[in-house]
Design a protein around this ligand. Sequence first.
Ligand code: FAD
Length: 694
Amino acid sequence: AQLDTLDIIVLAALLVGTVAYFTKGTYWAVYGDPYGNSLANGNGAAKAGKSRNIIEKLEETDKNCVVFYGSQTGTAEDYASRLAKEGHSRFGLNTIVADLEDYDYENLDKFPDDKLAVFVLATYGEGEPTDNAVEFYEFLGSDDVSFSDGQSVDDKPLSNLKYVAFGLGNNTYEHYNSMVRNVDTYLTKLGATRLGSAGEGDDGAGTMEEDFLAWKEPMWADVAEKMGLEEREAVYEAVFEITEKPDLSAEDDTVYVGEPNKNHLEGSQKGPFNANNPFIAPIDESKELFTVKNRNCLHMEIDIAGSNLSYTTGDHIAVWPTNAGKEVDRFLSILGLNPKRHTVIAVKGLDPTAKVPFPSPTTYDAAVRYHMEICAPVSRQLVSTIAPFAPNDQIKAEMTKLGSEKDYFQEKVTHRNLNLAQLLEIESNGEAWSKVPFSLFIEGLVKIQPRYYSISSSSYVQKDKIAITAVVESIENPGNPHVLKGVTTNYLLALKQKQHGDPSPDPHGLNYAITGPRNKYDGIHVPVHVRHSNFKLPSDPSKPIIMIGPGTGVAPFRGFVQERAAQAKAGQNVGKTVLFFGCRKKSEDFIYQDEWDQYKEALGDNFVMHTAFSRDGPNKVYVQHQIEESADEINKLLEQKAYIYVCGDAANMAREVNTILGKIIAKHRNVPETKGEEIVKAMRASNQYQEDVW
Ligand code: FAD
């Protein structure tokens, strides 16, 4: 309750016109054109020939606060830039935002004691660091970590370093927020001093944003006190300068109309393809695995031949989405930008270290359609920031109230699943919000994120074709006049409709720009890259495996079973292959039903499938029940060192399976339940138990 009160007080203060934004000198950027060839070959400072020395960087740019982020989906990055802006506008800190992978850490022992380091760290999957934080994490946690002065841990080499930390996690995972917890422990052990408490946001409880808001106020108070900073009245200062270019046309070949980088702009796409440089891949095949009422599930085969991309069974494919035309139109209209949506704009950081999140010059239309996450849930802090620019005082007052009252905001915005443009439309009754600087949206909205899919094919069977199995997100909410349409899955659905020449290719009036910028995606293409995972079959196929994957959680297991069936056909010795699958109704959403029979032919009795249909009988049956019923078989297989895999819903299913396994082991091996839990833990640690959950 105390935090809530503080939260409200400080937010109220913000709203008297002290909106938190910084100006000059806040983001670390790759100088020059970050979307040029250098970026296509990898990310960051080193590849662009820039210094990896953060101490030098801070001195060169005259900063006294660095906000590091370890981010996978963009939220941690967003929080980092919000903290940087706020640190500057409210406390006069000269801040810089830094991607953890762009720096080296051996010289952290030289971090000046009058400066501040902020760490915003997401935990990914099984308590792992995000991709961009792996090196940092391994460096800091290493037993023989050594710094530039050669001091050992006992010398407390980081005793000059002052820091604060916030973690982004999900309490449905076992290793909740382990990234921030471990980094905090390592830093403390190395002698660094944390100002204030380390914050933890919980995505599992859906309170991430509120946890963040509640953490940062006491944190700022501590930082201000310990660093002798005085709070000042903050006014919005734009981070980016947007210059309209009437001399340029959207048709000019120097203008980005959605191309992700320079390679793509200049015509032929060039590899290596990765998280900064997608491959525009042909979709070979697409179909709906089921279609019932408001639910449907897609299967797509994506061709990566000739791209030099490769995958192994169990990896993820990332799909780069495009926003629905309907939402792009809504966004541009409510901002009053519709008449000039195709006007060419140059976007530039007002400070050389400000990183423009998309290539420029571009158009308003392209920036919104291809680069900004406009459909996501609205942040309460952003509502406060926009309030002063409302069309009139009455709307401003209402926006101010929404921004400052947590419960009111929940009721009016969060629970209704509104996106930003929908909220603005409702609040102004359709009147345009033409006073809001466009820079504020670039700062306040997250860069659009590629979505991951567990690859549902085997690389042993089809190395050049990646299969995706995805349920199309469509959520009706009684309080919301709009149906919430998942950005990526509805884009994929539209691609599928187009491929099949559906006469009404756009099923929900969403109207996607299917052919992409300059028709470069024509002929049914989708931008993708591959992310390698640790979710892997045993290298020896004779080892038994148990797979638990209800719903789309079965995706990677289709790949696993496809692989083992092919290995069996090729005469290899394939071990017991047990699959637990669950869905609502056998006749409705039992995906790949016919295929399982074929795999059974190849694998014989070594393939056992247990199914649970939650809506077929009088009682709801889930995979958890089937597992309990097969307890004896499972325990025996585990004793034979079977690998066990769980994929799908992290919130409930995966956690319950974990608990049930502990109990099964305890019961069948006649040991206490705590021992059963320990055995499960040990199985996880040794990779005998693997999860791919989301
Ligand atoms: P989004 O637009 O991202 O929306 C997703 C959800 O966010 C919505 O359902 C809603 O709950 C919430 N949301 C969005 N906007 C709002 C708003 N304005 N207000 C309130 N709530 C909102 N999915 C599969 O189907 N198959 C797979 O094999 C698969 N594998 C995955 C593997 C990994 C490692 C991960 C991380 C995820 C995987 N997913 C998989 C999930 C997938 O990445 C996507 O999250 C999913 O398809 C939804 O994407 P979308 O863009 O369609 O929906």
